[in-house]
Design a protein around this ligand. Structure first.
Ligand code: GRF
Length: 183
């Protein structure tokens, strides 16, 4: 299966997806809405096809049309969001209906949106984790495909918890993607 990965920043989940690629899926393009994203430099160094374009100044419809064109040009059949920080329009999501997945650093349906770890700690939760879900028009609300739990220790900060959850993300995402593209 041919997968495009969309990033905005560090790209550690993208790296995990690249490193675990096998017969089940291949990464055909790494795309970023931030041309300065560190993950993009990593992808270029590793010889992956990349696409970078900032929506600033051109507007979302033009940006998304270019993105869509680049993904289709690369032969992508599926899209994996990996730290992609921009909301995709309903029109874009509809075009790729059921073919976009995302990794989110909480046990959905808890803590949709940002600052998930700080919110889990503030709530006194003893278990946190991450989820891979199908992307729909509603933020972080599509079908959950897989989750991994991570214990929250009493001395955890948002940063220490984020680091442990991130390791779980790197294991969960490739495994779930492999199952998902077999559907
Ligand atoms: C991850 O925690 C992911 O769950 C969230 O954004 C972060 C991206 O990190 N959506 P990276 O860019 O994959 O390193």
């Amino acid at each position: 299966a041919k997968v495009a990965v969309l990033i905005s920043g560090r790209g550690s989940n993208m790296q995990a997806l690249v490193e675990h690629a096998d017969d089940a899926y291949e990464i055909v393009v790494v795309a970023s809405d931030r041309p300065s994203a560190p993950g993009l430099a990593w992808a270029i160094q590793h010889g992956l096809p990349t696409f970078a374009l900032s929506p600033k100044g051109i507007g979302k419809p033009v940006f998304e049309a270019a993105l869509d064109g680049a993904l289709r040009e690369a032969g992508a059949e599926w899209i994996a969001l990996a730290g992609y920080m921009r909301l995709l329009s309903d029109e874009f999501v509809a075009k790729w209906h059921g073919r976009i997945v995302n990794i989110h650093p909480s046990l959905l349906p808890k803590y949709k949106g940002l600052d998930t770890h700080a919110r889990a700690i503030a709530a006194g939760d003893t278990v946190g984790g991450c989820s891979v879900h199908v992307v729909t028009e509603e933020l972080d609300a599509g079908e959950v495909l897989g989750q991994r739990e991570v214990a929250i220790e009493s001395d955890d900060t948002a940063e220490t918890l984020a680091a442990r959850v991130l390791e779980a993300e790197h294991q969960l995402y490739p495994a779930v993607l492999k199952e998902f593209v077999r559907r």
